[in-house]
Design a protein. Structure first.
Lengths: 110, 114
């Protein structure tokens, strides 16, 4: 079983749609959680950290469920520029080893 | 931009050769991590350097080695290259003083082994 699992997609959605990505992780010692975005042939870029109480950044909302070891990302009012691969990332306490999921591909179409 | 730089951007090598990749960390960051990203996969942790010493290693063989210099820049060396080493090699810098240890990635080096 992979440490971090994501639905690979692709998710093909029209502009303005709301889309949700889910991610599960297997290491219960994981303490920090992130969503990174990766454009084609580019490096991953931090989209947002995920806090225990959930957090929102503009059109993006992240949720964490420690009991179920589940992380989600909700994107509202999708833009063409949101098209990318979204990587779910976790790391264990006091560990700097980031464990990445394989990513979920999002394609937003006009 | 993150301020993390890597060189070269692209590289072609043949099996059995050796390669050195370089990374300069973001100003104020003292830790460098290296990742390998194969096509269609998420990045895989190779190792991390802090205070010029290896500070954690992933599941990679000893032919993957590294260095960190006093200015916090870093090198990744791969000996006896294999075809499966073809990948995007990413370095990420962070600060031990940051409780989240947020890592910021450089643009990567694309290595093709023929």
């Amino acid at each position: 079983r992979k440490e971090v699992e994501q639905d690979p997609g692709p998710f093909n959605v029209p502009e303005g749609a709301t889309v949700a990505f889910n991610c599960t992780y297997s290491n219960s010692a994981s303490q920090s959680f992130f969503w990174y975005r990766q454009d084609c042939r580019k490096e991953p870029k931090l989209l947002m950290s995920v806090y225990s109480s959930g957090n929102e950044d503009g059109r993006f909302t992240a949720q964490l469920n420690r009991a179920s070891q589940y992380i989600s990302l909700l994107i509202r009012d999708s833009k063409l520029s949101d098209s990318a691969t979204y990587l779910c990332v976790v790391n264990a306490i006091r560990s700097d080893k980031l464990v990445f999921g394989a990513g979920t591909i999002l394609r937003v179409k006009s | 931009e993150t301020g993390v730089t890597q060189s070269p951007t692209h590289l072609i090598k043949t099996r059995g050769q050796q390669v050195t990749l370089r990374c300069s960390s973001q100003s104020g960051h003292n830790t460098v991590s290296w990742y390998q990203q194969a096509l269609g996969q998420g990045p895989q942790f190779i190792f991390q350097y802090y205070r010029e010493e290896e500070n954690g290693r992933g599941n990679f063989p000893p032919r993957f080695s590294g260095l960190q210099f006093p200015n916090y820049s870093s090198e990744l060396n791969v000996n006896a290259l294999e075809l499966d080493d073809s990948a995007l090699y990413l370095c990420a810098s962070s600060s031990m003083g940051d409780s989240w240890r947020t890592q910021y990635f450089g643009p990567g080096t694309r290595l093709l082994v023929l």
